[in-house]
Design a protein around this ligand. Structure first.
Ligand SMILES: *Cc1c(COP(=O)(O)O)cnc(C)c1O
Length: 467
C-alpha cells in the first residue's frame, strides 16, 4: 500500500536514492555558480502562487521544483566563497544526522519515550560542559543562540528573586536591568521584551575602542543604576562579537557580577567553538566561571541549522525555571526529562548533529577546522595589507573587518554591493566602533587560499583607485 503521503518501502527506496543523487548534483552546481541569489523572483512568485494546493502533484515534480529553486534562490551557505554571517556549510555527518532523525522522528522531551536519543543528547551536552570547564554539567540543546540567551535571562531573573516565578517583574522593587556591550547581539532587546523586562531594561555598555565591553563603563553604569534603585539581574559577556569576533573581558564581568549579585552569562554563540582547540584556551579564559554559556553548534561547529546549546553548572536553576505538570506526560523526572528543564516541549533530536560530527571527527577535526579558517583570514588580511588596505579588528577568530586604502572615495557599502552583485563572493557591510567596515568570515570547511585570492581581487576590482 502506498499513498501520496505515506509510501511503501519500495517506493521510499526509489525516492531516497533519487533524492540523494539530485542533492549531490545540485550542491556541485552551487559550488560552481553564484554565491548570491540568481533566480527570477517574479517567475518564482507566480509559480508559487499557482501552487494553491487544489491539485496534488507528483513528489518527483515537487522535489525538482523545490531543489531547483533553492540552488539558485538564496545566498548559498555551501558556496566556498560565502564569507558571511557565521552560517556554515554543514558538515556531512551533521547532514546525515538530519536524515536519520527525520526517519525516526524521536520525541526527545521525555526519557521514557526516546531513551537512546535522550542519552545521546545528554552525552553531548555533558561533553560540551566539561570542555567549557564547568564543575557540574547541565543544559540542553536549543533552537539557536537566541533561545539559549533567553533561557539565561529567565534563570537570572528567577535566581535574583524566586518570586519572579509567580509574580513576574513585580517581584522586583526597581527596574530589573540586563548589561551587554554595544557590540553584543541585539536579540537581547527582543529577549528583554519577551521576558517581560521591557526593551529599556537593556543597558548597552560602551566599548573600549577595540570592540570589547569597557569594564570601567560597566562599573560606572552599575553604580548609577543601583543608586537610583534599579536591580541588576545579569551581565552577558560576548565571546566572539558578531561584527568583529571580539571578546569582552569575562573576568572583569565576573567580578562585577559577584559584587552586584548578577548572573554571569557568556554569549559564545560563534566563538565558543574555540573550546575544540586546547591550544587556544587562553582566549576563552574565565568562561568556566560563568553561570551559563551559549554555544551554537550551527555556527563554527558547522552543523545544520537549529542547533544551539544552553550550558550551565546550575542544575537547580533549570528546574526552578522550566518545571511543569501535565497529567498526560509519561514521566516527571527533572534529571532526564527535557520538557521540565527547557523552554521547548516537543523536541527535535538536534543533539544528534553535533554527536555525529564529534564522533566522526573528534575534537581534533574541529581544532583543525578552526585553525584553517583562522589562517585563511590571515592570508587574505596579508594580501590586503600589502595593498594598503587596513584591518581594523584585532580578533583571535576567523573574521576580518577591513577598510580600503586612505584616500579611496568608494564607500564600504558600495564596495560590498559591487562584490555581492558580481556573485563571485558574498561579504557584508558591518560597523566597527561606529565606522562602516567590510566584513568577511570563513564559514566553509572547504574554502581554499585560491578562494581568498578571488575575494581579494573582487574587493580591489570593486574599489575605485584613489586619486
Ligand atoms: C548568532 C548569535 C546569536 C543568535 O543566535 P541564533 O542561533 O541566530 O539565534 C547571539 N549571539 C551571538 C554572539 C551570535 O553570534
Amino acid at each position: 500500500m502506498s499513498s501520496r503521503l505515506f509510501l511503501s518501502t519500495s517506493d521510499r527506496m526509489t525516492h531516497e536514492d533519487a533524492l540523494t543523487r539530485r542533492l549531490s548534483e545540485a550542491l556541485t552546481r552551487v559550488r560552481q555558480g553564484a554565491a548570491s541569489p540568481s533566480y527570477d523572483e517574479a517567475v518564482f512568485l507566480r509559480e508559487l502562487a499557482e501552487r494553491d494546493f487544489s491539485s496534488p502533484q507528483a513528489l518527483d515534480e515537487v522535489l525538482d521544483w523545490t531543489v531547483g529553486y533553492l540552488e539558485k534562490g538564496g545566498v548559498q551557505m555551501t558556496h566556498p566563497r560565502y564569507f558571511g554571517l557565521f552560517n556554515p556549510a554543514p558538515s556531512y555527518p551533521s547532514e546525515c544526522a538530519d536524515r536519520v532523525m527525520a526517519a525516526f522522528n524521536p520525541q526527545v522531551c521525555v526519557l521514557s519515550h526516546a531513551p537512546v536519543a535522550v542519552y545521546i543528547e545528554r552525552h553531548v551536552v555533558e561533553a560540551m560542559c566539561r570542555r567549557v570547564g564547568f564543575r557540574r554539567a547541565a543544559g540542553h540543546m536549543t533552537s539557536g543562540g537566541s533561545e539559549a540567551n533567553a533561557s539565561a535571562v529567565v534563570c537570572a531573573l528567577t535566581r535574583r528573586s524566586p518570586d519572579f516565578a509567580t509574580r513576574g517583574c513585580r517581584a522586583f522593587d526597581g527596574q530589573p536591568r540586563l548589561y551587554v556591550s554595544r557590540e553584543s547581539h541585539l536579540a537581547w532587546l527582543k529577549i528583554a521584551h519577551i521576558c517581560g523586562m521591557g526593551r529599556e531594561a537593556v543597558r548597552l555598555i560602551e566599548t573600549d575602542g577595540r570592540g570589547q565591553m569597557s569594564p570601567d563603563e560597566l562599573s560606572t553604569v552599575l553604580a548609577m543604576d543601583t543608586a537610583q534603585g534599579d536591580v541588576p539581574i545579569m551581565v552577558a559577556a560576548t565571546v566572539g562579537t558578531t561584527n568583529a569576533g571580539m571578546i569582552d573581558p569575562v573576568m572583569a564581568c565576573k567580578r562585577l557580577a559577584d559584587r552586584y549579585h548578577m548572573w554571569l552569562h557568556v554569549d559564545a554563540a560563534w566563538g565558543g567553538a574555540l573550546i575544540a582547540d586546547e591550544t587556544q584556551r587562553a582566549a576563552l579564559a574565565g568562561i568556566e566561571q560563568a553561570d551559563s554559556i551559549t554555544i551554537d553548534a550551527h555556527k563554527w561547529f558547522a552543523t545544520t541549522m537549529g542547533t544551539g546549546m544552553f550550558l550551565t553548572p546550575n542544575t537547580d536553576s533549570l528546574d526552578a525555571c522550566f518545571h511543569a505538570k501535565a497529567s498526560y506526560m509519561p514521566s516527571q523526572d527533572a534529571s532526564v526529562d527535557y520538557y521540565l528543564t527547557s523552554m521547548q516541549w516537543s523536541r527535535r533530536f538536534s543533539g544528534l548533529r553535533l554527536f555525529m560530527a564529534l564522533a566522526t571527527g573528534g575534537w581534533s577535526a574541529f581544532a583543525a577546522h578552526i585553525q584553517r579558517a583562522q589562517s585563511l583570514v590571515q592570508y587574505a588580511n596579508e594580501q590586503l595589507l600589502e595593498r594598503a588596505w587596513r584591518v581594523v579588528n584585532d580578533s583571535p577568530m576567523a573574521v576580518s573587518c577591513v577598510v580600503p586604502p586612505k584616500g579611496t572615495t568608494t564607500p564600504c557599502h558600495t564596495i560590498v554591493e559591487r562584490v555581492v552583485e558580481a556573485g563571485n563572493a558574498w561579504i557584508s557591510i558591518a560597523e566597527f566602533e561606529r565606522t562602516p567596515v567590510i566584513r568577511f568570515c570563513i564559514t566553509n570547511g572547504t574554502t581554499t587560499e585560491s578562494d581568498m585570492d578571488v575575494l581579494v581581487n573582487e574587493l580591489i576590482r570593486a574599489t575605485d583607485s584613489p586619486h
